[in-house]
Design a protein around this ligand. Structure first.
Ligand SMILES: CC(C)(COP(=O)(O)OP(=O)(O)OC[C@H]1O[C@@H](n2cnc3c(N)ncnc32)[C@H](O)[C@@H]1OP(=O)(O)O)[C@@H](O)C(=O)NCCC(=O)NCCS
Length: 140
C-alpha cells in the first residue's frame, strides 16, 4: 500500500512491471543545485549509468552513449531520496541499442511510496577497441 502522506499528493506511482531494476542510489548533499534540490546533471549521469546496464549485457563489451533522445523531469529529486532506476531495451539495431529508463523516488520520510521523478530514452553503440561501431548481433 502506498504511504498515506505521499498518496495525498496524488503523485504515488506503480512501479513498472515491464522493466528491470538496474540501479538504486541515494543522492547526497554534494549533488544539489542552488535551489537545494538535486542537480539535474547529476540525475542525468545516473540515468546514463543505469541505461547502459542492459546494453552492456547485450553487447558483451565496450559501448558508448551516442544519443539521449528524450529527457523529462516530472518531480524534483531531494537529498536522502532512495532512487530506483528501471530500464528496458526498446530497440536493437545493427550496432545500436536503445533503452527506456524510468526513475522513481522514495522520499526520505515516505519509504515504500514511489514518485516518478524522471524518464529518458537513450541510445548506445557497441564499439570495438578502436572506438568504431561493431555489430551487436555478433555477440547475441
Ligand atoms: C558512437 C560512435 C562510435 C558512432 O560512430 P558513427 O560513425 O556515428 O557510427 P554510425 O553512423 O555507423 O552509427 C552507429 C549506430 O549509431 C546510431 N546513431 C548514430 N547517431 C545517432 C543518433 N543521433 N541517434 C540515434 N542513433 C544514432 C546509428 O543509427 C547506428 O545504429 P545501427 O547500427 O543500429 O543502425 C561515435 O559517434 C562516437 O564515438 N561518439 C562519441 C561517443 C561518446 O564518447 N559518448 C560519451 C559522451 S561523453
Amino acid at each position: 500500500m502506498p504511504h498515506t502522506a505521499a498518496a495525498a499528493t496524488g503523485t504515488t506511482a506503480a512501479l513498472p512491471t515491464d522493466k528491470e531494476l538496474v540501479l538504486k542510489v541515494i543522492p547526497m548533499p554534494g549533488d544539489t543545485n542552488v535551489n537545494g534540490d538535486i542537480f539535474g546533471g547529476w540525475v542525468m549521469s545516473q540515468v546514463d549509468l543505469a541505461g547502459c546496464v542492459l546494453p552492456m549485457r547485450l553487447a558483451q563489451g565496450r559501448i558508448a552513449t551516442v544519443a539521449v533522445k528524450e529527457f523529462v523531469f516530472n518531480q524534483p529529486v531531494r537529498v536522502g531520496d532512495v532512487l530506483s532506476f528501471f530500464a528496458k531495451i526498446a530497440r536493437v539495431g545493427r550496432t545500436s541499442i536503445t533503452v527506456e529508463v524510468e526513475v522513481f523516488a522514495e522520499r526520505l520520510t515516505q519509504q515504500g511510496a514511489y514518485v516518478k521523478v524522471t524518464q529518458a530514452v537513450l541510445t548506445y553503440v557497441a564499439i570495438d577497441e578502436a572506438g568504431q561501431p561493431r555489430p551487436v548481433h555478433a555477440s547475441l
